[in-house]
Design a protein around this ligand. Structure first.
Ligand code: AMP
Length: 606
């Protein structure tokens, strides 16, 4: 069964599916939809958010209700207002060809009388948060005594949030013979108890394993001193210029503090926690959805409703107490068929928690190094170069080009390129040239230096855009280089390029192989990159720009005065106290320090 038609869905829904661009049913849809369409029975589905579960219950519910009637027939309970609104929107999209369909959202923090009016118009489906729903039942504003289908969505979250009593009370107003469909990412005993209490002989379907994280998420940890946590976070962000992430902290205070620091350092960040008003939270979420905020710093509770598909990274600034919370956090990325990374910044005392999480999610973590300063400079430079390369020319600049051309009359193309990129490169270079190695092992022992010499790090000009993730790139490299299982390691895939390590003894082989290797008609270029963590030992005379070319002689390799990029022609921005400002902050004081940022931002007042 590989198409939506095969699942038994009717034409009106198939039409909406086609409009939405869904091509194949997701696993939970394949497993749930035929069963729910065919039988009137209860269901327990273990599925993470992002697996397409809204459609898994939404399609059958739409197909089964009578839109010509004004009676409320379907009730969906969800933990947060955000999720409630999302489900409502999705259902409206799915049911756009059902004439007379009325799906109403009921949640706290908005006018109860308006919501009651919507219901009165004849809502066949109500999507509600438990607190407001209970309130409306007690005020006689809704009638759920003829419900035929009830859904408990994100049941584990609802119970975590203390909604057990409310759910029990709400369900007591619904008919015995309705069907109940329960969806939960994890199956703690409280959820099993609910299933037992309110459901009759439910079919159980599982997408992935119980309590297991999403298949599309890889897990990494970074071992640092507690006091270096914030610096480590910044490096992770700088090493991923296109990051779109949620950063989890344990307390509201830390959440606010980290967000403020990031904003102060010129990052596009925002805080989301319970001490903010609903209005403030809505604004932050809106900016995040619109990608005006790249880094959303959040508490677990506040982040419960976040249902954004393109999150590239989840960063655990601190680990949560409960392992199940980690599953929820990491499930915010790797959604809708995309891959994602869950990173943990961990201190030595928390290391054992990583082992417990591994056991629970049945996946291994990869220990990775916090990128060194020169690696970050290289990433930022290449990311900007790729952006410039892909930029469409805006001909509105044509009238001004004469003046610009006059300015550069005596400048060669080579020099112009160097000058252009130095504008941004210098900022990162000045900040990071003497940056220390944050990796705990490197700080604690010199043994690391020896082990570093045994391995070599490379830059390769393929990345996510070419369809690679860390696993497929690792496999590709192992195969073409004929290396064994652990022959390629520390693979780090960015948008247009990547990094990887091999044993140093393989270096000649690697460089020789990629001298003129073509894939899809394009040269794949591999260069040795700056060793991580070593930059602190190198003065200005060290290798800059971070690379040595492999033997591709076709390319122009003039780089005699490459040091101009590091000569600080705009003045060294290090402060007299020895600390340097974040590279994200530009000299003008504007907030657009993001190296590869394309969005104009408001000037920030200091
Ligand atoms: P959910 O798990 O319901 O929150 O769905 C996550 C995202 O996947 C939503 O944006 C859906 O619109 C989308 N989606 C659901 N089913 C499919 C599908 N079969 N193919 C592609 N996208 C889907």
């Amino acid at each position: 069964m590989n198409t939506f038609q095969d699942l038994g869905l009717e034409e009106r829904i198939l039409q909406a599916i086609a409009d939405l661009g869904f091509v194949t049913p997701s696993e939970v849809q394949q497993k749930a939809i035929p069963v729910l369409l065919e039988d009137e029975r209860d269901l327990v589905a273990l599925a993470q958010t992002g697996t397409g579960k809204t459609a898994a219950f939404g399609f059958p519910m739409l197909q089964k209700i009578d839109v010509d009637s004004r009676t409320t027939q379907g009730l969906i309970l969800s933990p947060t207002r955000e999720l409630c609104l999302q489900i409502t929107n999705e259902l409206k999209n799915y049911g756009k060809y059902f004439k007379g369909l009325n799906v109403t959202a009921i949640y706290g923090g908005a006018s109860i009388t308006d919501q009651a009016k919507q219901v009165k118009k004849g809502a066949q489906i109500i999507v509600a948060t438990p607190g407001r729903m209970k309130d409306m039942i007690s005020r006689g504003m809704v009638d759920i005594t003829k419900i035929e289908y009830s859904v408990l969505d994100e049941a584990d979250e609802m119970l975590n949030m203390g909604f057990y009593e409310d759910i029990t009370s709400i369900l007591s107003h619904t008919p015995q013979d309705k069907s109940t469909w329960l969806f939960s990412a994890t199956m703690p005993k409280e959820v099993a108890a609910i299933a037992k209490k309110f459901m009759y002989n439910p079919i159980e379907i599982t997408v992935g394993h119980k309590n297991e994280g999403s298949k599309n998420v890889s897990h990494e940890y970074y071992l640092v001193n507690s006091r270096d946590r914030y610096q480590a976070l910044k490096r992770l962000a700088d090493a991923n210029p296109d990051i779109f992430s949620v950063i989890f902290c344990r307390t509201k205070r830390d959440t606010q503090k980290v967000a403020e620091k990031l904003i102060d350092d010129g990052y596009s960040a925002g805080a989301l926690h319970g001490d903010l008003s609903q209005n403030q939270r809505d604004l932050v979420m809106k900016s995040f959805r619109n990608k005006q905020i790249q880094m959303l710093v959040a508490t677990d509770v506040a982040a419960r409703g976040i249902d954004v598909d393109d999150i590239t990274h989840v960063i655990n600034y601190q680990l949560p107490d409960e392992i199940e919370t980690y599953t929820h956090r990491s499930g915010r990325t790797g959604r809708a068929g995309k891959t994602g990374v869950s990173m943990v910044i961990v201190s030595k005392s928390e290391l054992r928690k990583i082992k417990s999480i591994e056991r629970k999610i049945k996946k291994s973590f990869e220990q990775k190094d916090i990128p060194g300063g020169m690696e970050i400079c290289q990433v930022q430079l290449m990311s900007l170069a790729n952006k410039v390369h892909d930029t469409e020319i805006n001909h509105e600049i044509d009238p001004y080009l004469n003046d610009i051309n006059a300015l550069f009359e005596d400048t060669s193309k080579d020099e112009l390129i160097k000058k252009f990129f130095s504008v941004e490169f210098t900022r990162f270079f000045n900040y990071y040239q003497k940056a220390k190695d944050l990796n705990l092992e490197a700080q604690n022992s010199s043994a690391r230096d020896t082990s570093d010499e045994k391995s070599t790090r490379y830059f390769i000009n393929v990345g996510r855009k070419d369809g690679y993730d860390w696993m497929t790139l690792k496999d590709f490299l192992k195969e073409v280089l004929e290396l064994d299982k652990d022959g390629v390691f520390k693979v780090d895939v960015k948008d247009s390029f990547s990094f990887f390590n091999t044993e140093t003894e393989q270096m000649e082989k690697v460089l020789a192989f990629f001298t003129d290797f073509k894939q899809n008609g394009r040269f794949i270029n591999v260069e040795i990159t700056e060793d991580k963590g070593r930059s602190r030992n190198r003065g200005r005379g060290g290798r800059k720009g971070g690379s040595r070319r492999s033997g591709d002689r076709k390319r122009n390799d003039k780089r005699s005065d490459s040091r101009s990029s590091g000569s600080g022609n705009r003045g060294d921005r290090r402060r007299s106290d020895g600390k340097s400002r974040s590279p994200r902050r530009s000299d003008s004081g504007s907030n657009s320090g993001n190296f590869a940022s394309s969005r104009p931002r408001r000037n920030r007042r200091k």
